[in-house]
Design a protein around this ligand. Structure first.
Ligand code: NAD
Ligand code: TYD
Length: 353
């Protein structure tokens, strides 16, 4: 059997594929456009594995997707492909609408055509699993209860608005056409292979390069952090046991301010790679805030725990230590990622702050 994954050369998609091939016999067709965030080096370990079929292409390309579905006959589609960085969505929202909204629409249409022709058990067992974010629910005050699956959507950035729109389309394809969809809304992920424009890898990279570690605003914004391997395990649970049409929130039950995160990174680096000139905390810098910066995300993930028996295995302490170690052991990966276009992004986003 085969699953069809989109965006599998990105951070979460690549972690998912590496784990999938290590744990299953089933093959994976991986459709990825290889934008700046897609990196085939993330999949080096499965280069010689014939169960991994990589195709460079766009989820909006219906002819390509329909041909791949007809050829490989997957039992499921898992949609990771997206533009995923909030700051980039503020700078250039159009790509977010194109991939996250228009792309998800085209993928749903291709899936509907393919699923419509399936028969009997193959048709009943088919799943379209859409990977989404907790950011669709908007921002919480410090004393508000965490988001549940029924919290009304209130996205605040072009990124979260485009993900919210894609979630609505997925819901509509279930309600209208009966497509067996599943949606997951997960909190902030961290771990190996995360592009160093996101908070945790950016801070590790800048500290090691003796560059400013830029905290937006007062550094007191709160996120819930989940180790990427635990997110991948949750996705496997939802794929196998989730009820079509349902939504599952996923979180690490681990709320932290950005300041706490950055201090922890400095402590770990001080321990693992001490700098004779002093603690890495000397690089922490407050910079102008992100416009529309959501104050707090907190997510109630009790439904997936109760109904599907999932629970995160890593604590924040073990997960962040593994992550810092991985970035120290993979400096070459980081160096190759941050050469080229990355420099232009850093100049654009941090230049005037
Ligand atoms: P990422 O930016 O690292 O990777 C996205 C991948 O999608 C890249 O490989 C890119 O080349 C590919 N892609 C982009 N546009 C495409 C298109 N039009 N067609 C085909 N491929 C395309 O993102 P990520 O952090 O791995 O996130 C994966 C998914 O998980 C996204 O849908 C994101 O919204 C969601 N999510 C991420 C987080 C997080 O903390 N990173 C948390 C919750 C949900
Ligand atoms: P990020 O990793 O971009 O994820 P998201 O905005 O999707 O939650 O940012 C996580 C938090 O870290 C968010 O509150 C913004 C903050 N942040 C900084 O303070 N400095 C930075 O340089 C970046 C990239 C993020």
């Amino acid at each position: 059997m085969t699953i069809f994954v989109t965006g599998g050369a990105g951070f979460i998609g690549a972690n998912f594929i590496l784990e999938w091939l290590a744990k299953n016999q089933e093959s994976v067709v991986n459709l990825d456009q290889l934008t700046y965030a897609g990196n085939l080096e993330n999949l080096d370990r499965v280069n010689d594995d014939r169960r991994h079929v990589f195709v460079r292409g766009d989820i909006r390309d219906r002819a390509l997707v329909e041909r791949l579905l007809a050829e490989h006959r997957p039992r499921a589609i898992i949609n990771f492909a997206a533009e995923s960085h909030v700051d980039r969505s503020i700078d250039g929202p159009e790509a977010f609408v194109q991939t996250n909204v228009v792309g998800t629409f085209h993928l749903l249409e291709s899936a509907r055509v393919y699923w419509g022709k399936l028969e009997n058990e193959t048709k009943t067992a088919f799943r379209f699993l859409h990977i989404s974010t907790d950011e669709v629910y908007g921002s919480l005050g410090f004393n508000d209860a965490p988001f549940t699956e029924t919290t009304p959507y209130a996205p605040n950035s072009p990124y979260s608005a485009s993900k919210a729109a894609s979630d609505h389309l997925v819901r509509a394809y279930h309600q209208t056409y009966g497509l067996p969809t599943l949606t997951t809304n997960c909190s902030n992920n961290y771990g190996p292979y995360q592009f160093p424009e996101k908070l945790i890898p950016l801070m590790i990279h800048n500290a090691l390069a003796h560059k400013p570690m830029p905290l937006y605003g007062d550094g007191m914004n709160v996120r819930d952090w989940l180790f990427v391997g635990d997110h991948c395990a949750a996705i496997r649970c939802v794929l196998e046991a989730g009820q079509p049409g349902e939504v599952y929130n996923i979180s690490g039950f681990n709320e932290k301010t950005n300041l706490e995160i950055v201090r922890t990174i400095c402590e770990l680096l001080d321990e693992m790679q001490p700098d004779p000139a002093g603690s890495y905390t000397r690089f922490m810098t407050y910079v102008r805030d992100r416009p529309g910066h959501d104050r707090r995300y907190a997510i109630d993930a009790r439904k997936i725990c109760r109904e599907l028996g999932w629970a995160p295995l890593e604590t924040f302490e073990t997960g962040i230590a593994r992550t810092v170690r991985w970035y120290l052991d993979n400096r070459g990966w980081v160096e190759r990622v941050v050469s080229g276009d990355y420099q232009n992004w850093v100049a654009q986003n941090y230049g005037g702050r």
